[in-house]
Design a protein around this ligand. Sequence first.
Ligand code: MCN
Length: 795
Amino acid sequence: MSTKLFGEPVQRREDPRLLTGQGRYLDDLGAGAFEVAFVRSPHAHARIRDIDVSDALEVEGLVAIYTWEDLPTLLAQPLPLLIPHPALTHGRTAHALARDVVRHVGEPVVMVVARDRYLAEDACALIRVDYELLKPVVGVEEAAQSAQLVHEDVPGNVGAHLVQEVPSAGGFGAREAIEAAPHTLAFRLDIERSASMPLEGRGVYARWDADDRSLRVYSSTQTSTSVRMAIAAKLGLPLPKVEVIAPDVGGGFGVKIVHPWPEEVLVPWAAIVLGHEVKWTEDRREHFISSAHERAQVQFVRVGFDDDGRVLGLDVNILHDHGAYTPYGIIVPIITSTQLLGPYKIGAYRVEFSSIYTNTVQVTPYRGAGRPQGVFCMERTMDHIAEYLEADRTAVREANFIQPGEFPYDQGLIFQDGRPLIYDSGDYPESLRLLKELIGWDGFPDLKARAAAQGRRIGIGIGCYVEGTGVGPYEGGHVQITSDGRVHVSTGLTSQGQGHETVFAQIAATELGVPLERVSVVTGDTRRFGYAVGTFASRAAVMSGNAIALACRKVRDKALRIAAEALEADPRDLEIVDGEVKVVGAPGASISLATVAVLSNPLRYAFDSETARATQFAGTSSFDRPPVEAGDEPGLEGRDYYSPIRSTFASGMHAAIVETDPLTAEIHILRYAVVHDCGNLINPMIVEGQIHGGVAQGVGGALYERMVYDGHGQLLNASFMDFLMPYATEIPHIETAHLETPSPLNPLGIKGAGEAGVIPGSAVIASAVEDAEGIRIDKMPISPSELFDLRRASS
Ligand code: MCN
C-alpha cells in the first residue's frame, strides 16, 4: 500500500452536496406521481365492522381507494416475520392493510391514491370506518397480568419467553451463587419507550414499466436489497424485474431496517395496477404512531457479591414490551440479555425475558438495539454494589473486568444465530485508565466539595459497555477500474449519513494506490449490487469495508499481473503509487492503471471521460486479439464477499459531570468524556462524528425522550412540540479518546462504531445524577419534576 488514506481524518466528501441542498431525498423524486395517504386507526384495539368510502369517491382528483379486501392473495397475507427464533412461539405480524382487527393507534386501514397528497387527505377525511371497540392492553406489566388479549390466540400476551443460564466455574447456578454470596442486593429498573426520529421519515416511490414489465422502486430504506426481495415475493414478480434504489436517506437509526413496511409493498402494487407513478411520504405524526419504537423494558435484578465487589451471581428478569407485532422477531431482548454483561466476567448469570404484546406501536431496533437497556442494568448494578460497599465506583468495575490476556473470551451465552457469544479483543483496564484521566475522576471529590461549599450540587457518573458489531452473514464489494483510470466501487448496503462515500473510497484508494479523487462509491442501488444485507448493527465498516478491501486486492493482483507482462517484470517487484504501476528501484519503468485497464480487455478501447471520446488503444485492431484465457475475465474489475465467523466486539466507557439545581431540579451536563475502541480506525473524524451523534441520542434518552401512552393506547405526545429531543444547546462539548485494539477476525482489523455513542447514555447520566443528589436513580429518562419528586420522597 502506497497511498495511505486508511486511518486519516479525511473530510466527508458527501458533505458539500448534502450541506448545500443538493441531496436527492425520496420526496425530491417523482414530481407528477400520484400520491398516497392512509386512513389509520384512531383506536388502539377495535374490530372493523364496515368501511364506507362512498363520499370519498366524489372527491375530484381521487384515483383509487383500496382496503384489505382489494389486495391480491400474496399481498393480503400477513407481512413476513423477518427473524424467527425458537423461543418466539407466538410471533405475529400485521397485514399491509388491517384485515379485521386493529391493534394499535396508527395501523393502516385504507389506502387512498389521488392526484396529490392534499386531495388524498381530503378523501381520507370522508371515509367512515365503523369500529367495534375492544379493550386495549397498555403497559407491559398490565399486559403480562391481563386477561385481555392483544391477539386472541396468544395466551397471556406472551410472544416469547427465553431463559439462559451460565453456571459458575464451580457449577453453581446464579440463584445458588447469590444465596451463598456474602452480600446481596435486589432492585427494579425501568426504561421507558423511545424511538428513532430521523429528520426524513420513511417514504417510497414506484414506477412500473408496462412494456418491460419491470418495476423501479425508490425507498428511504436501510436495506434496499431486502426490500427488493420482499417486493418481488409479495407482488409475484421475478427478482430481475425489480430494482430498488435508496436515494439520499435523511437518517434511519434503525427504524428503516424493517422491511417491507406496508407502504413499501402497497405503493409499488398501486403503481402496477394504475399504470402510473405512485408515491408516499411519511409525515411526522405517521412516524410517531405507525412506524416503530424501542427501549421499553422493566427489569428485576438480584445480585450477590463479595467484599471487593466481585459479582458472584446475577439474576435478571426482563419484561420486554413488544407492542402489537413482532416483525423483527425478538432480536431486541436477545441483545439486551446476551450483551448485558458488558466488559465484566461474573460468577454465574441467569437471564430470563418475556416478550409481551401490548396495544401500542411495534418495537423494533433503534440505535443501540437493546444494549442501552442492558448497560443500564449492569452499570446500575455496579454503582449499587459500590454504594453498598462504600467503595469507589471504578474500583468495583475494575474488580470485575475481563483482562487483556483473556481474549477470545466466551461469555457462555448463545446469540440469536444460535452461536456462542465470544469477545474477540479489547483492553478494558486501559480504557478505564484513559477515561479517568480524561474526566479527572480522582480529582473530582475535591471539586465536588468546593462546589458544595458554594451551595452547588455536582456529581460524576460512569458507564461501560461492549457492543457486538459487524454481524454477518455477508456483505459484498465490486471494484472496477476503467480506462480513464477511475475506480468505481459499489456495495449493496445503504447509507443514511454515516459517511460511507468517504470511508469506502479511503479503503479502495489505500488498497489500490490511487488518489482519493479518482474513486467513486455507490451504495444501496440494486442495479449496481444485488446481494447485500443492509446497514444496521454497526456493520457497514466491518462488512462492506472488508469486502471492498478484498475485491480491491483481487483487482490489484490482476493489475499487477497485466502490468508485469507489459513491463516485462516480476509482479512481486511492482508497486502502485498515485495510480501508476512502477517497478521498484527502476525509475521510468511504469505504466498507468488506466492503461492496464485498457490492456485488460482484448478489445482495447480507451474511453476518456474528460473529453467523452472513445479511442482505440495503440493502433491495434479490435479483433485480432488473442482469446480470453480460461479462468480469466475481460476487464479490470473484481467482486468479493466478506462473511465473518462471528461478530467483533467494540467497547467503550463514558463519564459525565452533571450539576443539578437545588431549587428547580434542572439537570445540566457540565462535561462528557468518551473513550472508545472500534479497532483500527478508518477515519477518526467520522468515528468522532458518529460518537457525537450517538451521545446526543443517549442524552435524549436519559433526560428527554419518552413515548407517553394513556390507558386507552393513545400516544399523547406524537409531535415535536411534545416529544422532547435535545437541541445542540443541551449537548455538552464531548471529549473523546480512542483506543485501537484491532479485531483479529477481519483483514482490516476493524470493529463497528455507529451505535457506540448512544449505548451508555442513560447509565452514565443516572450514575452522575445519583452522585450529585445521593438519591437512587433507577428509572430513565429522568425529568426535573421527577427528580423533584424523588427528592421529596427521600427527605
Ligand atoms: N468507521 C471507521 N472506523 C471504524 C469503524 C467505523 O471509520 N473502525 C466509520 C465507518 O466507516 C462509517 C461510520 O464510522 O462511516 C459508522 O460505521 P459502522 O459502525 O460500520 O456503522 P454503519 O455504517 O453500519 O452504520 C449503522 C449505524 C447504526 S446501526 C445506526 S442505528 C446509525 C449509525 O450507524 N444510524 C445513523 N449512525 C448514523 N448516522 C447517521 N448520520 N444517520 C443514521 O441514521
